[in-house]
Ligand binder design. Structure first.
Ligand code: GLU
Length: 563
């Protein structure tokens, strides 16, 4: 068979060769040791924690080595594509602190998807186009070379034929797929190919595998080290009927010509590594360093078993979930680093205030098997992160969040800046800052008693205090309340009311001798606390009242006397 003739026949309009492309996309001029990484999402509109985690690895590996981190859009599957997905992706990733140096990273208006083959306004960099749908000619130049060398061939098998083969294989308990004798169109003659095409038959291009499943090859994974796998025997499709390549071939071509040095991707791609290594070899190219990330797992609430986070069942898999609830991006990043790098937590303890970018990221310390994601732990990390923020930082974050997600809260924040700065400052700083702020929605719920519109009684009145005593306590309290009192003078007055009404000033006296008292000072101050905040638990009540001001305190007490 004259393969060169076949290649010219199949790709008459492709005159570029891979050598020409080498000249167009020369080696990058980067310092020694600089890594080139990429995020290569499909524009499906769903951006998940795994994407962020991968992007964090990409970003760190590139930037800590003065390299390049670029964004490539893998839009070869038109069925999965969602209009406007890229701007959303860029927006969410940038919220979490991931910005790209190069690639499809300028698509700043919804629907900005280049439709022609010229580099468009939607990208930046000299190794594009960065949208796979625009790279058809590049892939075809490479496929043409493989066909010319007898390493790839057109396959006309219909879906029905393939389904039938699969049935046969399943009945005979054989591995499924198009390989060996099942690769029926491997050796069609030139004339037959010509005749089928003339008759209007459509075809894909398959790679002609010379692999042998009993032979093993080794490859180094950045996380797992040397791994050994059997060679691929499948004649995989490399070019689809729509003239676009499959993922297998597209990423090989792109990572080669874009000079990616580390391919960070999900663990689910590990199984197809033999195909990829084989395709690199067939093209005569070096294999980049692969870094297969672990999948995120969770404990299923109903079964108690570990399982993969699922898009359908777990809203917390989607990144927009965290943005909409108003998690601080740092908190999410910090938590992901904690679960995915075994040396991160130790580093953080030693460097409590350092920027996470100062941590030296090393793939060997990354987890190599299903990592457990636990939203409660994320919340704990978030509390720690927020405890280190100043009141002004919290306020500014909340304002930005509310501006995007909740106009009413935005107005509330804007109108009450001075008060809120004091609220966020309660028990901040010092040795043991309060750790009760987690994310914007929760923070609003946490401070809602400061606003009359959202104030409500959330706790029960202490059972030890009768309704009559409650009124009496509140009446005496407001009569004596003076915001000029310091914390101890204020509490002295509360003690006075306690003793006057027959309650124990020291809780332990009441515990020792419960019949001698109606209750103790905690029950009396509990009444005041619920009256002022609606809650049995709140930050320091004296401070809360200082922030509210006498008028609001008086109104709350008045309201409670009639509650
Ligand atoms: N488009 C592939 C995905 O979204 C990319 C895998 C890779 O990074 O190579 O899973």
């Amino acid at each position: 068979m004259d393969y060169k003739k076949l290649a010219d026949f199949l790709f008459p309009d492709i005159d570029q060769t891979p050598e020409d492309l080498e000249a167009l996309y020369p080696k990058r001029q980067l310092p020694e040791g600089a890594e080139v990484t990429r995020l290569a999402p499909s524009p499906t509109g769903f951006i998940h924690l795994g994407n962020l985690y991968g992007a964090m690895v990409d970003e760190r590996l590139a930037h800590q080595s003065n390299g390049v981190c670029y964004l490539r859009i893998e839009d070869t599957d038109e069925k999965r594509e969602v209009e406007g997905a890229v701007p959303v992706l860029l927006d969410v990733l940038s919220y979490f602190g991931i910005n790209f140096d190069e690639g499809a990273c300028k698509a700043d208006k919804p629907g900005c998807r280049p439709s022609n083959v010229e580099p468009s306004a939607g990208e930046t960099g000299s190794y594009g186009p960065y949208w796979q749908s625009m790279r058809s000619r590049i892939y075809k130049a490479c496929v043409k070379k493989l066909v010319a060398e007898g390493k790839a061939y057109p396959c006309f098998m219909s879906e029905e034929e393939i389904a039938q083969i699969r049935e046969e294989q399943s009945a005979a308990k054989l591995d499924p797929g198009i390989y060996g004798k099942y690769a029926k169109h491997r050796d069609l003659s030139f004339e037959e190919i010509q005749a089928r095409i003339a008759a209007g038959e459509t075809y894909v291009i398959r790679f002609r595998s010379e692999g042998d499943a009993s032979r093993y090859f080794t490859v180094r994974d950045a996380i797992r080290g040397e791994i050994s796998m059997p060679e691929n025997i499948q004649d995989v499709v490399i070019l689809k009927k729509n003239d676009l390549p499959t993922y297998h071939f597209a990423h090989v071509v792109d990572d080669h010509f874009m000079h990616t040095s580390v391919v960070v991707r999900g663990e689910e791609w590990m199984a197809s590594l033999p195909i990829h290594v084989q395709l690199f070899a067939a093209m005569g190219w070096d294999v980049p360093l692969y870094c297969h990330n672990t999948v995120l797992m969770k404990i299923d609430e109903t079964t108690g078993q570990k399982r993969k986070l699922s898009k359908r069942k777990d809203p917390e898999l989607g990144l927009s979930y965290y943005k909409e609830l108003g998690y601080f991006p740092e908190a999410v990043r910090e938590y992901l680093l904690t679960i995915l790098c075994s040396d991160y937590e130790e580093w953080r303890i030693a460097n409590p205030l350092a920027d996470y970018n100062e941590f030296h990221f090393s793939t060997e310390k990354m987890s190599d098997s299903g990592t457990l994601f636990d939203i409660n732990k994320l919340n704990d990390v978030s509390k720690d992160v927020l405890a280190k923020k100043s009141a002004a930082e919290i306020y500014d974050f909340m304002l930005g969040w509310a501006k995007e997600f909740d106009q009413a809260k935005y107005k509330l924040l804007a109108d009450n800046k001075d008060m809120l700065l004091k609220v966020f400052d309660i028990d901040r700083g010092g040795e043991k800052p309060r750790k009760d702020l987690i994310y914007a929605q929760q923070i609003f719920a946490f401070i809602k008693y400061f606003f009359d519109d959202t104030f409500e009684y959330e706790s029960e009145w202490p059972a030890e205090v009768s309704a009559e005593d409650r009124k009496e306590i509140l009446a005496r309290y407001i009569a004596g309340y003076d915001p000029a009192d310091d914390n101890s003078a204020w509490f002295e007055k509360v003690r006075g009311i306690t003793a006057d009404l027959g309650y124990a000033v020291k809780p332990k006296d009441y515990k020792k001798n419960p019949d001698a008292y109606k209750g103790h000072v905690g029950h009396v101050s509990g009444v005041i606390r619920i009256a002022v905040t609606g809650r049995a638990n709140s930050p320091d009540l004296w401070t809360v009242q200082q922030i509210m001001g006498k008028e609001k305190v008086a109104q709350r007490i008045e309201k409670a006397m009639h509650a």
